[in-house]
Design a protein around this ligand. Structure first.
Ligand SMILES: [Zn+2]
Ligand SMILES: [Zn+2]
Length: 135
């Protein structure tokens, strides 16, 4: 009994770390944040909690290119903008995706089950610092 209560508290702390973050977090970053609340927590416990939360549909796992898996509090279907310079990851929802998927189906006969669009480029901050460097 005591064990399951403790597990719940740890999962809750992991979920809160993700929900309170303003960005998409790696497992390492989540571990560091959770440790501030539960100093004794092991990395493996955080990792298991993440798997549980993902399976429960409470968080989403996002894999962008070669980078580490990121954990996302937004669980609805959406896309991402990724800055190649500072690595910032922003949410973006491609409009009219349904129509695009119908077109893919028509042209390729492929039955798409999920879609995620990754936009790579420079965020506004990095565009500004690039412009300053060039002057
Ligand atoms: Zn940037
Ligand atoms: Zn996202």
């Amino acid at each position: 009994m005591a064990r399951s209560t403790r597990w719940t508290r740890q999962r809750e702390a992991v979920l809160e770390a993700i929900q309170q973050a303003k960005k998409h977090l790696t497992a390492q970053e989540i571990y560091h944040r959770v440790r501030q609340r539960l100093p004794g927590i092991a990395y493996g416990t955080v990792y298991n909690s993440l798997a549980y939360l993902r399976e429960a549909g409470l968080v989403r796992e996002v894999k962008l290119g070669d980078g580490p898996v990121l954990y996302d509090k937004r669980t609805d279907r959406h896309d991402h903008l990724c800055c190649r310079r500072c690595g910032v990851v922003l949410d973006y929802k491609v409009p009219h995706l349904e129509q695009l998927l119908k077109r893919v189906r028509r042209e390729t006969d492929f039955q798409v089950e999920s879609a995620h669009v990754l936009f790579e480029g420079l965020c506004p901050d990095c565009q500004r610092s690039r412009d300053e460097e060039e002057q």
